[in-house]
Write a protein that binds this ligand. Structure first.
Ligand SMILES: [Zn+2]
Length: 254
């Protein structure tokens, strides 16, 4: 049962027939893990906090740098050199003090992630990282623990987004789409924002879309990025979708 305060705060989405009071209660009962609080995680976490997701866990081991401020909209100039997860938690608490927010100031390595997902029951993981090695770790950990995941990335003017519902045994996974190569485990990410550049608002589009898909998954609405690679071109404002099927030779789920 929603309180009067909740009915007031969330009134604009509760009045939508797709959400309603039942949908709002589902959002309030949900526990979501957001990995990476950069250009994608900033808008994604802000929208999820504002929408009243009951419990948010924020994972990031970095500190705020001045070069982040062009696109990582959770942070202000006076946050330089502070822990991103900590500052993000403060900012989200200011946006919505009615929800529980936990900061994890560390990188999400596979062992830690697997332990966290096995000890606490999460409804959803958002992969907002900028690193292929971590993305493959998130894919394996979420599949092993049967937690749905929404992954996004942006290079330059091009965005990608895909979701997998690992509660279903038959779900394909990220490694079906992009098999991990031997070198990924040894080499640092070479093709990321610090080396190829990125246009800030494209991260806003993709991060906001992650939050949108998250709300749909949690409320039980159809999810257009499920097993579909959604590609966004910020130059032409065009979206394309590629339907994925599982690979029988996938090293993770085949
Ligand atoms: Zn797979």
């Amino acid at each position: 049962m929603l309180s009067r305060k909740q009915l007031q705060r969330y009134s604009r989405q509760i009045m939508l027939p797709q959400i309603g009071e039942a949908g709002q209660e589902k959002l309030g009962a949900a526990r979501v893990l957001v990995i990476g609080l950069g250009g994608l995680g900033s808008p994604a976490a802000l929208y999820l906090a504002a929408a009243g997701i009951g419990e948010l866990h924020l994972v990031d081991g970095d500190k705020v740098e001045v070069s982040n401020l062009q696109r990582q909209v959770l942070y202000k100039t006076n946050h330089r050199e502070k822990d991103k997860a900590q500052v993000a938690a403060q900012q989200l608490t200011a946006a919505n003090p009615e929800i529980r927010i936990y900061a994890h100031c560390r990188m999400a390595d596979e062992g830690w992630l697997t332990e966290l997902l096995s000890q606490q029951s999460f409804d959803l993981v958002l992969d907002c990282t900028d690193n292929l090695k971590i993305r493959h770790s998130i894919n394996r950990a979420c599949r092993a623990q049967r937690v749905p995941v929404i992954m996004a990335s942006v290079r330059g003017f091009s965005g990608q987004l895909v979701s997998f519902d690992f509660r279903l045994q038959s779900s394909p996974c990220y490694a079906c789409l992009f098999p991990p190569t031997a070198t990924q485990s040894d080499l640092p990410e070479v093709d990321n924002c610090s080396t190829v550049g990125v246009i800030g608002p494209a991260l806003g589009v993709m991060g906001s879309t992650q939050a949108l898909e998250a709300i749909k998954i949690l409320v039980g609405l159809p999810v257009s990025s499920l097993n579909k690679l959604q590609l966004f071109e910020a130059g032409s404002l065009e979206w394309r979708a590629l339907t994925l099927s599982g690979s029988s030779t996938c090293p993770v789920c085949g």
